[in-house]
Design a protein around this ligand. Sequence first.
Ligand SMILES: Nc1nc2c(ncn2[C@@H]2O[C@H](COP(=O)(O)OP(=O)(O)OP(=O)(O)O)[C@@H](O)[C@H]2O)c(=O)[nH]1
Ligand SMILES: [Mg+2]
Length: 315
Amino acid sequence: MLLHHRLLPRLLLLPSTHTSTSTLLRPSRLPRRLSLSPRFSALSHLAAPETVDQSDNEGATHEDVQVKLPLDRLFLPPGATVDAGNQEAVSARVLKGSNIVLGPYARGDAQVVNADFVKSSVRPDDCPRDGLPEFALVGRSNVGKSSLLNSLVRRKRLALTSKKPGKTQCINHFIVNDSWYLVDLPGYGYASAPQEARTNWDEFTRNYFLSRETLVSVFLLIDASIPAKKIDLDYASWLGQNKVPMTLVFTKCDKRKKKKNGGRRPEENVETFQSLIREYFEAAPPWIMTSSVTNQGRDEILLHMSQLRNYWLKH
Ligand SMILES: Nc1nc2c(ncn2[C@@H]2O[C@H](COP(=O)(O)OP(=O)(O)OP(=O)(O)O)[C@@H](O)[C@H]2O)c(=O)[nH]1
Ligand SMILES: [Mg+2]
């Protein structure tokens, strides 16, 4: 089927010359080179080897956002420009706890005024057909997809959450401000199933990614309280191979009990995941750190979604 994804990330698989331990996590079914989107490759000249200190951001209060990001690791949304000579201006436009630059398509429509459950579907054909743009939340079971959705719309139980993995089992559409959808998906990697069964992601979810023309971007959730998992890298690679636009959302950034997460802080896990994922992408996919407990990242995700949506609607 011909795809109409309009926000393809710049993707390029690097030659597999790396010999670090990270190659243990290298997904096995990757093509040598993924196609470039003309729109995004047009922005590639903006990358420059300077650094950005996010702690300069207006309103940046969280200690964990004080990371230095080279400009070539920033996600530049369509229409955004970066003046490498003006670090302060760039810094002010990087969303807190992320690599996402705020661009001209962010237009003050990021607030959630109302949100409602619409329907559950088990086949892409059953999903709403009104042509409104949508964002899908996907990730391992229990990573916090439903919790993030509730945090974004400021409702405690709009999407049902559970300590027990496997709570969400269908494609659930929630309409926001009567104009766009958040989609809560079932988790992958659940159960004590053997490795092969775990990487065989639910057929209907994959069909949904490949056939849903109104899907603006997938938000792939990664648990930042535990070390990087191969299944998450595989999933990101699968989305990349299939040219499905994605944003990496690191969840549970409030969890810092060292014993439980193997002694590593969320920031360290996030950094490791990013360095692993960079081996497969020419340009860093957009990423953001969040917590549904403290609502860290909530407003930033909504701004990011707003600029993606506005661009999608105009093209
Ligand atoms: N500390 C902390 N716990 C979280 C966070 N987000 C989710 N949780 C907890 O993680 C558990 C799973 O959350 P869900 O939102 O149901 O996860 P899910 O990804 O929708 O799970 P499935 O639908 O089963 O795939 C719940 O006990 C949540 O309270 C977070 O940001 N911080
Ligand atoms: Mg769920």
